[in-house]
Design a protein around this ligand. Structure first.
Ligand code: URA
Length: 209
């Protein structure tokens, strides 16, 4: 079963409180989502492998550590996932960025892919799928399935807030995928919003509605 890592660092939790507050203006919301994404990038990269290399400091030769594992790719789910990309790129500037767009089929109510653009070497990379809100889990599950269908096997999911229903659905559909979140909230309401959540992440990021 994939891990659920709740990133409970005090800075993340403090910033998340301001993000949740309905009185937080769009600019602050956007800036803080970016800052939390940077801090979560630190946590999600904690198990990256290192190798030794020899360098010379101004004082002496030494063996020192450098990253040695897979290159990283970010795959935000449009549109709210975009709000976390720049914050992650601050820590992992060499990451390539793909995009996936999903929309709900009005008959089946299932998410259907309308856009997918991946780095050419996506299969070789560790892909971090990004969506601030893991509500029912439908979009994240569909995005991960779309990536697996293209041969991508090394996948992690980063969200800000998850509902227990979404976590359960994710683990049933993709037990190989680790989830990184800043909080797991109480439940979903009848309109599919996470309670207490933060409202509509896309609207709050982009100032729509
Ligand atoms: N998507 C959002 O933006 N917010 C929710 O609460 C649930 C899904």
């Amino acid at each position: 079963m994939g891990k659920v890592v709740v990133c409970d660092h005090p800075l993340i939790q403090h910033k998340l409180t301001i993000i949740r507050d309905k009185n937080t203006i769009t600019k602050d919301f956007r800036d803080l989502v970016g800052e939390v994404a940077t801090l979560m990038a630190y946590e999600i990269t904690r198990d990256l492998p290192l190798a030794k290399t020899t360098i010379e400091t101004p004082v002496a030769k030494m063996e020192s550590s450098v990253l040695s594992g897979r290159m990283i790719g970010l795959v935000p789910i449009l549109r709210a996932g975009l709000g976390m990309v720049d914050g992650i790129l601050k820590l992992i500037p060499s990451a390539k960025v793909g995009h996936i767009g999903l929309q709900r089929d009005e008959e089946t109510l299932q998410p259907v892919e309308y856009y997918l653009n991946l780095p050419t070497d996506a299969q070789e990379r560790l892909l971090i799928v990004i969506d601030p809100m893991l509500a029912t889990g439908g979009s994240a599950i569909a995005a991960l399935s779309a990536l697996k269908a293209r041969g991508c096997r090394h996948l992690k999911l980063m969200c800000l807030i998850a509902a227990p229903e979404g976590v359960e659905a994710l683990q049933a559909a993709h037990p190989d995928v680790d989830l990184y979140v800043a909080a797991v909230d109480e439940r979903l309401n009848e309109r599919g919003y996470i309670v207490p959540g933060l409202g509509d992440a896309g609207d709050r990021l982009f100032g729509t509605k």
